[in-house]
Every structure is written in structure tokens, then in C-alpha cells.
Design a protein around this ligand. Structure first.
Ligand SMILES: Nc1ncnc2c1ncn2[C@@H]1O[C@H](COP(=O)(O)OP(=O)(O)OP(=O)(O)O)[C@@H](O)[C@H]1O
Ligand SMILES: [Mg+2]
Length: 276
């Protein structure tokens, strides 16, 4: 009896592990158009991101990538279908989810340290704890000593680092990232990709990472989802079986990486031709 019960618990645990993370089920969405009609943005999109997986999503501009992230973030509700994060249906922003955009979105009137503290403040973390955590996160992203600087005094790369620190400060179980490194020059981008992967590889949060940069997708993710546009549908689901830990700066010369990159590139071309 006891054994059966524990077997059941183990089975339930395993089920939670695979079904938690992000679960997108039959998502459909239309936006109203100026002429009073409706534009079908997403059509029957279903996929799961198991706990601890790093998923990259690519697709032509306007195919619905940000819309999917906004739904997972609880900022908009889908017309049909559902989104679950950590087994919970998302009907409003969840405390355990971090969302990071291409633009750093830092508050210009607050110092770097105070920007990192924002999410902790919202969660009611006491002042001293907030400060200690924010200082630690600035250190993790290589910005110790810059806590008193204001966003305008920092480079774009440094501001993105502050934004990463702010997103990670709340220790979210799920990370939604919308082209977080798009505004950076090539060199800073590769450096930050590497730094972010090092942080991620330590505790492997569930990540949904949208990017237009196919090299970024393949060098960072466990899996790449390719979407078609108008309406957004899943065209391909490609496993990236490259070893970890990975260095996005080094992996670019790896033969298997180049093969996978070519596969994603061909798939995106097909998806665009199909949307035609
Ligand atoms: N609030 C809105 N009102 C009307 N249409 C919208 C709205 N938000 C998005 N859309 C439309 O829905 C489609 C998907 O938009 P979305 O921003 O999700 O695309 P995307 O894949 O993120 O594009 P990009 O790569 O350019 O960021 C687009 O055709 C867009 O014009
Ligand atoms: Mg977008």
C-alpha cells in the first residue's frame, strides 16, 4: 500500500515536471482592424516548454511572437485556447514569471541599483534584503560598482545588463524574453549571450526566448520553434542537440552547430514562402 502510494507520488511528480513549465494549448487570436474587421494573428498554436527547457521562437516580423509572450505573461487574454505556466492558467501576470524586452525599459530617474530593486519592491521584499539582493545581481551581471549610476550614464550593453539583473532579481521560475539583445552591437551581444547562458546553466529556468537572430537562437536554445505568419502557426520544431555548457562565441565554428543553423534557416525560408 505504502509502496503504491509512493509510486503514485513519484508518477505525479514526474507528470508535474513534464507538464509544468509553459503549456500553450490551441491558441487562437485575432486583432480588430481599422475597417471593423478582424485579423487572424494566431491560429491553433499548441506547444509545451518542459520545466527547465530553453526554447527559442523565430519567425517573420508580425507572425505573432510577441503576442504569444504577452499571453504567457498574462498581459493579454487569447480569444481561444489557453496558456498555463507552472500548471496554472494565466489570466493575469504571475509573480513567478520574469519578462524582458528588447528595450531595457529602465526607469531613467532611478539608479541602476534602484532599477534592479523594482520587482522586489512590488513583491514587498524588505528594504535591506532588497538592497542586498540587488547588489548581488549587479555583481552577477558584471556591474558591481555601478549601482549608483543612472541609466543615461550607462552604455546600451550596461543597461541591458541592468535589465537582466532586474529580471533575475525576483528569481523567476519562468523567463519570457522578447529580443532582449537586439539593440546591442555584435560584440556586446555575443558577450551578453555568453554571460546570460552561464547564469542560466546554473539553475535552468524555463525560458521562452524570441529572436530574429537565428545564430542567437541556435547557439543558446535547447529547441527552436519556427512560426509561419498571417496567421501565426507552428511550421517546425527543431531540437538543438549541442552540448552544454555552451559558449555562444565559440560554438559558432562547430560543424554540427553550422548544420543546425542551416536547418533553421531553410525552415524559416519555407515558412516565409508558405506565408507568401
Ligand atoms: N494591439 C494590437 N492591435 C492590432 N493588431 C495587433 C496588435 N498587436 C499585434 N497586432 C498584430 O498582430 C500580428 C502579430 O504581432 P506581434 O507583435 O505578435 O508580431 P511579432 O512576431 O512579435 O513581430 P516582430 O518580429 O516585428 O516583433 C501583427 O500583424 C500585428 O500587426
Ligand atoms: Mg515582436
Amino acid at each position: 500500500m505504502t509502496r503504491l502510494a509512493s509510486e503514485k507520488t513519484a508518477a505525479a511528480d514526474a507528470a508535474t515536471r513534464t507538464t509544468a513549465g509553459i503549456c500553450i494549448d490551441s491558441l487562437g487570436h485575432a486583432f480588430p482592424t481599422k475597417d471593423g474587421g478582424a485579423m487572424l494573428a494566431l491560429d491553433n498554436v499548441s506547444f509545451e516548454v518542459p520545466n527547465g527547457q530553453f526554447l527559442a521562437v523565430v519567425g517573420a516580423s508580425g507572425c505573432g511572437k510577441t503576442t504569444i509572450l504577452n499571453m504567457a505573461a498574462g498581459l493579454i487574454r487569447p480569444v481561444s485556447g489557453s496558456v498555463k505556466v507552472g500548471g496554472e492558467e494565466v489570466v493575469k501576470p504571475l509573480r513567478d514569471t520574469g519578462y524582458m524586452f528588447a528595450r531595457d525599459g529602465l526607469l531613467p530617474w532611478r539608479s541602476a541599483l534602484k532599477n534592479v530593486e523594482v520587482g522586489l519592491e512590488h513583491r514587498g521584499v524588505p528594504k535591506e534584503q532588497r538592497r542586498t539582493r540587488a547588489l548581488h545581481m549587479l555583481d552577477v551581471v558584471g556591474l558591481s560598482g555601478f549601482g549608483d549610476s543612472y541609466p543615461a550614464q550607462l552604455s546600451q550593453g550596461m543597461r541591458q545588463r541592468v535589465a537582466i539583473a532586474r529580471t533575475l532579481a525576483i528569481n523567476p521560475g519562468t523567463l519570457l524574453m522578447d529580443e532582449p539583445f537586439a539593440a546591442l552591437d555584435a560584440q556586446t551581444k555575443i558577450a551578453l549571450q555568453g554571460e546570460f547562458l552561464k547564469i542560466w546553466e546554473k539553475d535552468r529556468k524555463t525560458v521562452m526566448f524570441v529572436t530574429h537572430d537565428l545564430a542567437e537562437a541556435v547557439s543558446m536554445a535547447d529547441r527552436v520553434l519556427v512560426l509561419t505568419s498571417r496567421p501565426g502557426r507552428i511550421h517546425a520544431d527543431i531540437t538543438i542537440d549541442l552540448p552544454r555548457p555552451r559558449d555562444p562565441g565559440e560554438i559558432r565554428f562547430d560543424k554540427h552547430y553550422l548544420h543546425l543553423l542551416d536547418g533553421v534557416w531553410q525552415s524559416l525560408k519555407e515558412a516565409e514562402a508558405r506565408a507568401g
